[in-house]
Design a binder for this molecule. Structure first.
Ligand SMILES: Cc1cc2nc3c(=O)[nH]c(=O)nc-3n(C[C@H](O)[C@H](O)[C@H](O)COP(=O)(O)O)c2cc1C
Length: 327
């Protein structure tokens, strides 16, 4: 399948694996890229720019195909060494960057001068338009369904994607709630040029996380995610567990008086404990509503091949036959 996104990134299939903290290591990114999609390494999971340089080199060793690096601009007081991470991305010969969080404008000239294509992840049409205006090559439009940070507007993809299609000139991929061929074909119909998946790639053979995390996703239904940290306007969609329920109780109880210290235990430093040690109740960790559509743990190759072959059947048989049948 050829779309504006496959052409932009030089990939075979219009499927991107979104950057995920403590999940998007080189082995997952390489597996997705080797399967014809676009794998992405999460920069900030690497403690220092030098660690990121090693992770990029490891990914080059595992794939000859294009892969990207995610840089998440966090609303934190002490900023990570973003210039250092960007330096290593450029020196490591990475040609695609997924930015997320705050506006990446400050770093765009550096990336563009190095010939890097930038796809910015955003949760609203106004932010997507801003990304287009500052020179991003594409956007990843994250609907309310998504695992991670859905923003504060709460617009699901059925509305958000056609709204984006109506306004944007640059290509975009649909992100949030994507799991299978139906997601891909629907997204293309709504105006996207491909899909971005997080939670679905978490439940694959190559995702370098504890087996208990994958089983937790399989066990979850679409009813099992919750939104935390809305009080701080930093909403995160996470898998429900007792720690998440404690956060929600504190948010309800303290309202505007809630301070980060009040939920520190349930939020800070949780990812390595969940993803590496398999303590899935350690605190709040991102997971999309799409968990309700995930019932197996395929390899990335099997997953992507399945999506592409079933998408072809959907388009050629189901949709085309609807046009051909006379009543
Ligand atoms: C466990 C997990 C960790 C994530 N970490 C990040 C991150 O560090 N930076 C980022 O931009 N997005 C992050 N995301 C969001 C994903 O890249 C992607 O946009 C999102 O998962 C799409 O929604 P879906 O889960 O419904 O597919 C994370 C998602 C998950 C599930």
């Amino acid at each position: 399948m050829k779309t504006a996104i496959t052409k932009l990134f030089g990939i075979r299939h219009p499927i991107i694996q979104g950057g995920m903290h403590y999940v998007s290591f080189a082995q997952l990114a390489a597996a997705v890229s080797n399967a014809g999609g676009l794998g992405i390494i999460a920069a900030l999971t690497q403690k220092t720019p030098a660690d990121l340089a090693r992770e990029i080199a490891r990914c080059h060793d595992m794939t000859d195909r294009p892969f990207g690096v995610n840089i998440t601009f966090l609303p934190t007081v002490t900023s990570p060494d973003y210039p250092g991470y960007i330096r290593e991305i450029i020196q490591g010969g990475v040609k695609i960057v997924e930015t997320a969080g705050r506006n990446p404008q400050q770093y765009l000239p550096l990336l563009k001068d190095a010939g890097i294509k930038v796809i910015h992840k955003c949760t609203s049409v106004r932010h997507a338009l801003k990304a287009e205006a500052i020179g991003c090559d594409a956007v990843s439009v994250d609907g309310f369904e998504c695992g991670g940070h859905p923003g504060e507007d709460d617009i699901p993809n059925m509305i958000l994607l056609p709204r984006a299609a109506d306004e944007l000139k640059i290509p975009f991929v649909a992100s949030g709630g994507m799991a299978d061929a139906r997601s891909l074909v629907a997204s293309l119909a709504l105006g996207a040029e491909g899909i971005n998946m997080g939670t679905r790639f978490l439940a694959t053979q190559e995702a370098p996380v504890h087996e208990k995390v994958k089983q937790a996703i399989l066990a979850a239904s679409e009813l099992d995610t919750r939104l935390v940290m809305r009080t701080f306007r930093n909403t995160e969609r996470v898998l429900n567990n007792p720690a998440v329920e404690r956060v929600l109780e504190k948010e309800a109880e303290l309202g505007k008086d809630l301070r980060f210290e009040d939920i520190f235990e349930e939020i800070a430093g949780v990812y390595p404990r969940v993803m590496q040690e398999g303590d899935v109740d350690a605190g709040a960790w991102s997971c999309g509503m799409v968990a309700g559509l995930i019932h197996d743990i395929p390899t990335c190759g099997e997953l992507i091949a399945r999506i592409m072959s079933q998408a072809e059947v959907l388009i050629r048989k189901r949709l085309t036959s609807m046009l051909e049948e006379e009543i």
